[in-house]
Ligand binder design. Sequence first.
Ligand SMILES: [Zn+2]
Length: 464
Amino acid sequence: MLIVNANTPEHAHVALRTDGEHIVALAPDLAPEPGEIVFDAAGGAVLPGVHDHHLHLLAYAAAIGSVPCGPPQVDCAQALAGALAERAAGSEGWIRGIGYHESVAGDIDRYWLDRVLPGRPVRIQHRSGQLWIFNSLGLQRLGVDEAGGGDPFERVDGVPTGRLYGADPWVRERLGASMPALGEASRRLARLGITGVTDASPGNGLAEFRHFAAERAAGRLQQSVLMMGSEALAPAWTVPGLSVGATKIHLREAALPPFDVLCDRIERSHHAGRSVAVHCVTLVELMLAVTALQAAGVRAGDRLEHAAQASMEAVDLVREAGLRVVTQPNFVFERGDAYLASLPADEMEGLYRAGSFVAAGVAVGAGSDAPYGDPDPWRAIAAALDRRTRAGRVLGAAERLAPATVLDLYCSDPLRPGGARRRLEAGGVADLCVLDRPLVQLFADAAAVDVRLTVARGRIIHSA
Ligand SMILES: [Zn+2]
């Protein structure tokens, strides 16, 4: 294939030829060869294919077709009850909700759901992805023993509240549910110019690896995948387009592991030849993660997921430790207004820092955290540049990234988020996307970008 009349960060006017999985030529002008597919970029930018450094493919696939239960679609208890009732009227079996947040109806439990929808099994996921809330009929379908135990449900006075933390594989096993096909999820990502993803689900193990491999082999999953996950994954496992990444360690401030247990887990992972990716959202979680990594020893590729709250002292510690950060600029846009309404000023300042990390010399990559965030990387790039919320307010002006560095968020190597940007060059893998506008206009209004063409390993996976 030949792409003509394009521009890249390095070339104002360029043509690019691919053959098989690779880029074979790049020059200001190339003449079409007989029988070659020619794509006229019409002055649009051609960029390395976007890599989303942190999302959850199975949850994203399942979210397509679930009931949105949180902002912006649902913003109060009444709206939530209405959305659930509406879905109940037009369907059968389980009702699956996603994106719940306390701002809608507080810390809801089984009894709240029973009042709203008693006649159908319901489960609603908190937008953090860490919590499910089931109604009583849902608990019954799961086979939860009300009096007994032996299940991971939260209990008060021995009675399950319907709230369940971090137990997705357990739920899947109980429901006998097969993992969702990934075709539609993959198509949606391809439309956004995404040619690779890092799956950040902590529960990923052999079953998930096999499922992803089968979805790749069937041609449904068209992106390359770096799979993070539990200790059950072995770094030697690899099939074309799928490999094993870091051990995902999830910290929750309310139930932190003892320091030496955490250090030990990091050391064992390094010993097994894997980096670690530590989920830290609060400042306490971030400080614990950095201190433990320093004590255990940092391995190239070790990373902090989210780093949603960071003081300037923490930024310095992260730099000293040589860690990289994978942030979510999209949350500034999606959740910024809620943060501005609820957080004290001193916490606001340290929220989803990007500019301060980059200025300190920390490598910063980005991922959407889909389905908990919107997977659109262009919308996120706009937010990284202007730090504007959905309502147009500015959150952390000092954390803006410059056009010169913003593409590093998504165009860096999957194993080195925020590291050197992958370049389009002869001999390189043909992972690329063509935008509907030149590079300068991308920076002026990134949120408006349309992707005209997405090519993964030389194959067209999206064409507008
Ligand atoms: Zn995540």
